[in-house]
Design a protein around this ligand. Structure first.
Ligand code: CO
Length: 468
């Protein structure tokens, strides 16, 4: 029996425990060692890393990827991609999505794990086709399902979704349990059902320790036939992050389960990251809350990141006394929206609408712009029917007779996004990657590119003075 590991310390563990603020320079030195660990893959890019590089770290995300590639030539590098939303929070045009995928592969990505917040697989098609188009011998297109629980999310529905991903042409399937609410019982029934339906297609489980269930769930998933599990080196594991790599390795090896991991190397990796983590615990960037277990998500199905967002918003508005009420409002809003999985950007939308409903003392007195767009159909099809009265109200306010087909707007291939970006950036842009960063995050990318230019001018002047 064989179970392989994806190491998440560079992306999801970093994102879950420390808001994705880990700079590249903090881990460059360990990359050649990690390259010898025997992981199935290292998740190192995508998700919030792109945004965070530009917004907070003054790093070029593409350069980061090229550097990781250079220092880990033998390991499959993996990214998380939000389908038609790429790494941002809105739908991009098909030509932009295609170019982004092309550049990701060109700069070093092997595995593209592609998901849509609503599991509306029309939003995966363009990214999948582009992955196939620009694939090399190492490229893997992984179709990813956002896992959630609701009256409409049954085992047979998930099995149907997996069959659809297989039909579309994905190479592997990943179950993404972002809130850590998948129980061992659910994992068993789900994975057995999926395995029966999709045959040899590799199946991956991604979960979080947030509610304290992950080790039991992962163990049950392995018994039920999962092929790959996501784990984080132990000092960056647990809490809102993934289960620990070395711990799972130790437990599995007693069963004689082959993992391909080198015990000495995975321990070295942890030794390296221990002081890195301590530095951010000391600075306060790693909050003790994110390292703890909180079973509240089992009641409200709310991921940890969404909770901390709500707390921050309510604190800003001096309304923390409404927290419990707002939390209790979430299931109602989620039902009105047709039970979307609570993952970016839906988690933020549902959370802030729930807060608004409570603060206004009346449901939907104010409907946020994003929720209006959701009812207009701009995000795709909801898993279950949405609240018909609310939808009617939003549509008639907008002078629309029916929701839009989300593929109409996305599929525009005008080339204008590229032309406009080039024009806006002028001599700040030196590559297709610069232009792509700007299309995805205009303000952050421009600030970064401006700072890069100024820094180079300073260095250049200094060099001139020294030469003189
Ligand atoms: Co995750």
């Amino acid at each position: 029996m064989r179970v392989q590991f994806t190491e998440t310390v560079l992306r999801d563990a970093n994102q879950s425990l420390m808001a994705t603020r880990l700079p590249y320079s903090d881990y460059e030195a360990i990359l050649p060692t990690m390259d010898k660990a025997g992981y199935y893959s290292v998740e190192c890019w995508g998700g919030a890393t792109f945004d965070s590089c530009l917004r907070y770290l003054g790093e070029d995300p593409w350069e980061r990827l090229r550097n990781i590639r250079k220092n880990m030539p033998n390991t499959k590098l993996q990214m998380l991609l939000r389908g038609q939303n790429l790494l941002g929070y809105k739908h991009y045009h098909d030509d932009v999505v295609e170019k982004f995928v092309e550049l990701s592969i060109k700069n070093g990505i092997d595995i593209l794990r592609i998901f849509d917040a609503l599991n509306d697989f029309r939003n995966l098609g363009t990214a999948l086709d582009a992955t196939k188009k620009y694939a090399n011998e190492n490229t893997v297109a992984s179709g990813c399902i956002s896992y959630t629980q609701s009256p409409v999310h049954t085992v047979s529905k998930y099995v149907e979704m997996c069959k659809e991903l297989q039909r579309m042409g994905f190479d592997t399937i990943c179950l993404k349990d972002m809130a850590g609410t998948m129980s061992p019982y659910e994992a068993e029934h789900l994975i057995k059902g999926i395995k029966d339906a999709v045959g040899d297609m590799p199946l991956i489980l991604h979960t979080h320790c947030t509610t304290g269930m992950a080790y039991q769930t992962v163990t049950k998933a392995i018994e039920s036939g999962i092929d790959v599990i996501d784990t984080a080196t132990s000092c960056f594991s647990n809490g809102t992050s993934q289960p620990a790599t070395e711990t799972m390795y130790y437990a599995l090896s007693q069963y004689g389960i082959e993992t391909g991991l080198d015990e000495k190397v995975i321990n070295e990796v942890n030794d390296f990251f221990k002081p890195v983590k301590q530095k951010y615990v000391d600075s306060g960037l790693i909050n003790p809350k994110s390292m703890a277990t909180d079973a509240q998500a089992l009641v409200y199905k709310v991921p940890g990141g969404m909770l901390s967002n709500m707390i921050a918003n309510l604190t800003d508005m001096d309304a923390m006394d409404k927290f419990d009420e707002a939390l209790a409002e979430i299931p109602a809003v989620r039902k009105d929206l047709g039970y979307p999985p609570l993952v970016t950007p839906l988690s933020q939308m549902v959370g802030s609408q729930a807060v608004t409903n409570v603060l206004m003392g009346e449901r939907y007195k104010v409907i946020s712009k994003d929720v209006q767009n959701y009812f207009k159909g701009e995000y795709g099809t909801a898993p279950a029917p949405v609240n018909a009265d609310l939808q009617k109200r939003v549509l008639s306010d907008a002078g629309m007779s029916a929701p839009v087909d989300c593929r109409v707007e996305d599929s525009k291939r005008t080339g204008e996004d590229f032309e406009n970006a080039k024009k806006d950036l002028g001599d700040l842009a030196r590559s297709e990657e610069d232009i792509m960063s700007y299309i995805c995050f205009p303000k952050q990318a421009k600030d970064y590119l401006q700072a890069r230019k100024e820094k180079e001018e300073r260095t250049c002047n200094y060099t001139m003075e020294v030469i003189e």
